[in-house]
Ligand binder design. Structure first.
Ligand code: FAD
Ligand code: MLT
Ligand code: ZN
Length: 477
């Protein structure tokens, strides 16, 4: 293992490839790369290496491969599961992709854009928008998260209900393999049945099979009309009934359908400055509905009113606010998007990024709430998220009078309690955040047998020396 404090032949080789300024070893320079967004993990590293292009990364990987040095790819470092943080042994090199930040091409006829891994999701969205299109992936961390990280976690987010997950937007990839070879699969083809679909192996692999350096992404037509409502609903069952109404009315117009608990919204209103409830009274359950269409004059506002009126008449919707301006749309979305920040401010929290069939969301909310309250009386149950995908962030916040460390020590007990409810509903213990290092302990139980065996064989084939993001995704065998 190279010692960061002394001249080192490996680090010198890396400096010769990327330039001395881009091999960072001083603690002041590396600290931001060694702790995750949730502050659950702190790692150590001999160096953070920041290549400037694919060729440099290829040569960096060849050196690391030759010396048996493990690497941890890192994008915006917003992983919810500690995926981009090295272990605390101090022998894993962090490879930051942030200097690969060019949009290489955008084609409004093919409706594609070719972007490098270190472009932030927001910058990619803005480029698509400047060319009259929409990159239809929206997540709370989009200002920091980078395309490489978003693809490597197969991020979901607010618009999955309409456009699918990140993997549904990828037509081509460029990847640096464990030994430094470059695979150029940057195809812009809508149809290409030529053997195994290799690009999808790397999407969602969390940096354990190769390092993504660029991608060809699909873009879609930009909405010309948008209508957004924030509604108090009578119950989780009523929230589902409202979703079913919009599905029956015009499924193609549903851009987002998000659920929020009363307690979660209370935390946002209390802890995030400038947020306001656009309704006369608080409720125990809310939904946010966004309709959108590229067709002009489609009458979405009227559709929204008609469906909500019928839902109100049947007692599903208690009260609703329909946004009258861009500013009101943003204010409504803040109530949803500030959930993560408000929960961070409220103390220790345990996140359960789970999914069930959409029809089972009410059973999930009720079952997991009861189970968590039985496990720890006083626990704050604040589920929210992408109801239209069956993906609920079943998040729990510490009781106010409990020490944060005592609550954090219960993380596995709480995660297992929620997971057991999810299992009875045929769901998944990780819907969109991935496995990282937080959930590897659950893999053998949930994905054991033939499934885990196939994953291990794929890993063995592409990374036989185990140098790519060790300790992530797969349990130790
Ligand atoms: P990082 O955190 O840097 O890395 C994530 C994983 O990908 C790590 O395993 C890393 O090793 C690997 N990796 C990074 N870059 C590469 C690369 N170029 N090649 C190979 N492997 C790589 N997720 C959702 O799905 N939906 C949401 O709605 C959502 N909201 C969020 C809101 C907030 C406030 C935060 C903090 C996170 C949220 N997330 C959400 C989590 C989500 O996984 C990330 O925000 C994003 O997808 C990760 O991108 P990143 O660039 O930060 O990746
Ligand atoms: C979100 O959708 O806002 C994030 O994925 C959720 C989280 O904080 O768990
Ligand atoms: Zn989410």
């Amino acid at each position: 293992m190279p010692d960061p404090n002394s001249p080192d032949p490996v680090l010198d080789q890396l400096r010769a490839i990327v330039g001395p300024a881009w091999v960072m070893t001083a603690p002041g320079e590396t600290v931001g790369y060694l702790e995750d967004w949730r502050r659950l993990y702190r790692g150590r590293t001999p160096a953070v290496v920041r290549p400037g292009n694919t060729d440099e990364l290829s040569r960096v990987m060849a050196v690391c491969h030759c010396h048996g040095i493990a690497v941890v790819p890192q994008g915006g470092n917003t992983s919810m599961v500690g995926g981009a943080i090295p272990s605390d042994a101090g022998d894993q090199m962090v490879i930051s992709l942030s200097r690969l930040n060019r949009v290489r091409a955008i084609d409004p006829v093919d409706m594609t854009m070719t972007v490098e891994a270190g472009v932030t999701l927001r910058a990619a969205q803005e480029t698509a928008s400047a060319h009259g299109g929409l990159l239809p992936l929206s997540i709370g961390s989009e200002g920091s998260a980078q395309i490489g990280g978003v693809l490597s976690t197969n991020a979901g987010g607010n618009n999955t209900v309409r456009y699918g997950n990140a993997r549904d937007l990828v037509l081509g990839l460029e990847v640096v393999l464990a030994d430094g070879q470059v695979w150029n699969g940057l195809r812009r083809l809508r149809k290409d049945n030529t053997g195994y679909c290799l690009r999808q192996l790397f999407v969602g692999a969390e940096g354990t099979l190769g390092i993504i350096t660029a991608a060809v992404l699909k873009i879609v037509a930009r909405p010309r009309e948008t209508a957004v409502a924030f509604c108090a609903v009578a119950s989780p069952e009523a929230a589902l009934a409202v979703f079913a109404r919009f599905q029956a009315h015009d499924p193609a117009a549903i851009q987002a359908f998000e659920y929020m608990s009363g307690l979660g919204v209370d935390l946002v209103l209390r802890l995030v400055e400038g947020t306001i409830l656009p309704l006369a009274a608080r409720a125990d359950h809310y939904v946010l509905i966004e309709l959108a269409t590229p067709r002009p004059n489609a009458g979405l506002r009227q559709s929204l009113e008609d469906v909500l009126e019928a839902a109100m008449a049947d007692g599903e919707v208690i009260d609703a606010a329909i946004a009258e301006s861009e500013a009101q749309i943003r204010a409504i979305w803040r109530l949803r998007e500030e959930h993560t920040e408000s929960q961070k401010r409220a103390g220790a929290s345990v996140k359960n990024d789970v999914s069930v069939p959409v029809s089972s969301v009410p059973a999930l909310i009720r079952g997991a709430t009861a189970a968590c309250e039985a496990l720890l009386p006083g626990i704050l149950v604040a589920p929210f998220g992408h109801m239209g995908d069956g993906n609920i962030h079943f998040n729990l916040v510490q009781p106010p009078d409990m020490a944060a460390a005592d609550f954090a020590a219960l993380d596995h007990a709480i995660m297992d309690t929620v997971a057991e409810i999810v299992r009875t509903l045929d769901g998944s213990f990780s819907a969109e955040h991935g496995i990282g290092q937080l959930k590897t302990y659950m893999m053998a139980d949930w994905r054991g047998g033939a499934e885990l065996m196939m994953m291990q064989k794929v890993k063995q084939a592409l990374d036989p020396a185990g140098l790519l993001n060790p300790g992530k995704v797969l349990p130790k065998s």
